[in-house]
Design a protein around this ligand. Structure first.
Ligand SMILES: C[S@@+](CC[C@H](N)C(=O)[O-])C[C@H]1O[C@@H](n2cnc3c(N)ncnc32)[C@H](O)[C@@H]1O
Length: 241
């Protein structure tokens, strides 16, 4: 029996006009995303994030900025009895995700939308995961994401985020604006910081920890750190009190 995966559109009319930074920076590079992701060893990050999330059978999980669903599908491989939803504004990436899930015959829900307005009801989720996505979200969107994450998780629900984690902006050493736009490290559309050679510099682990703690999460902390050829990678976890 084949599985057909549907893509739901959660965007408002205004959100349909909203720009976002796609996975490879340019929409036309999407066909190369998975190849690139494999080549740079992102799979190890997805596997580690899924292991740290440690999803139990039947738990509901939202992958924010899922792109082509690499983390979502890794979570499902680790825990086939999880109920996984992937959220991303990029329709093309979601179509790739749907094809992959259909080919693997795994049940997944895919939703087109943004991190700052999650498609789930209050207290309805056990876990939120996100890989290499929050540095694509503008600062104010990240603050809204953290509030939304708190809203949709049940008490005791957890968030596991893996992202680029250079020096913390609080340290001052990595917060200077090398982009040349003078927008606090974000480009004109408010997208994430880029370092030398256009590589994403992300945000420091303390930035993510602070983001979650400020939103009201408990126990927000960096649980692991990895060196990657693009720079340090941070794994941050927190739970809803
Ligand atoms: C580098 S890709 C990571 C994709 C996937 N999580 C992975 O690990 O392969 C970043 C993703 O963030 C998505 N994105 C950009 N802006 C977003 C936003 N405001 N809300 C949610 N996702 C966003 C992009 O469309 C892209 O799919």
């Amino acid at each position: 029996m084949s599985t057909t995966v549907q893509i739901l559109d959660h965007r408002t009319l205004e959100e349909r006009e909203r720009e976002f930074l796609p996975g490879m920076g340019k929409p036309w590079l999407l066909p190369f995303y998975d190849l690139f992701s494999r080549r740079v060893g992102a799979r190890a990050l997805h596997e580690r994030a899924a292991a740290l999330a440690d999803i139990a059978p039947g738990q509901s999980v939202l992958d924010v900025g899922c792109g082509t669903a690499n983390l979502a599908l890794t979570v499902l491989r680790a825990q086939p009895a999880a109920r996984v939803t992937g959220l991303d504004p990029d329709a093309g990436a979601l179509r790739v995700a749907a094809r992959k899930a259909t080919r693997r015959r795994v049940p997944i829900t895919l939703v087109q939308g943004f991190a700052d307005r999650l498609p789930n009801g209050d207290g309805s989720l056990d876990h939120i995961v996100s890989a290499l996505a929050l540095h694509h979200v503008p600062e104010e969107g990240r603050v809204l994401f953290a509030r939304e994450a708190l809203r949709v998780l049940r008490p005791g629900g957890k968030v596991t985020i893996v992202d680029f984690g250079g020096a913390d902006s609080a340290s001052g050493s990595d917060d200077s604006d090398h982009s040349g736009h003078g927008h606090g490290g974000h480009d004109r559309r408010g997208h994430g910081r880029r370092g030398e050679h256009g590589r994403p510099r992300g945000h420091g682990p303390a930035d993510l920890v602070r983001l979650l703690a400020d939103a009201g999460f408990a126990g927000a902390r960096e649980v692991e750190r990895m060196e990657h050829r693009f720079g340090p990678i941070t794994f941050v976890q927190a739970s809803r009190p």
